[in-house]
Write a protein that binds this ligand. Structure first.
Ligand SMILES: [Zn+2]
Length: 139
């Protein structure tokens, strides 16, 4: 059983990376099965799968650190349906402030949050949370 380190209120759930990759691959395979359909590339499939799953309360895993912007790496998963519309609900958000900024409040143009809020991941923690079992880490 995989333990997910992101604290998120039920009934929502965050997929682990293997579940997510399986879902995206299934979408690509389903779309590309028929040659008459326009091909679905992996990036488009990720967006479709993420949005479809978020609509039913199942969220994408924490983004891999290599995909993050060169700013503060604190992350937040908007998880309160009343506060966020479909364009942001369940879509990982990254702080847009300078790396290592003071305080535990983070924000980007769409949302602000504090470390410790449900769905938040402190700066620098995504690296640890996306490395499976620490097996591939070099210390
Ligand atoms: Zn920040």
């Amino acid at each position: 059983m995989t333990t997910n380190p992101v604290m998120i209120p039920g009934p929502f759930r965050v997929l682990d990376r293997d579940e997510y990759l399986t879902a995206v691959s299934a979408a690509v395979s389903a779309m590309n099965y028929f040659p008459s359909r326009p091909p679905l590339d992996y990036g488009m499939a990720e967006e479709i799968v993420s949005a479809a799953l978020a609509a039913v309360g199942v969220f994408s895993p924490i983004p891999v650190p290599e995909s993050l912007e060169p700013s503060c790496t604190a992350l937040y998963l908007p998880n309160v349906p009343d506060q966020f519309d479909a364009s942001i609900f369940g879509e990982w958000q990254q702080c847009a402030d300078e790396p290592g900024h003071e305080g535990d409040y983070h924000e980007n143009p769409d949302v602000g949050w504090s470390d410790g809020s449900p769905g938040s991941v402190p700066a620098g923690a995504a690296d640890e949370m996306t490395t499976p079992s620490g097996a591939e880490r070099e210390n």
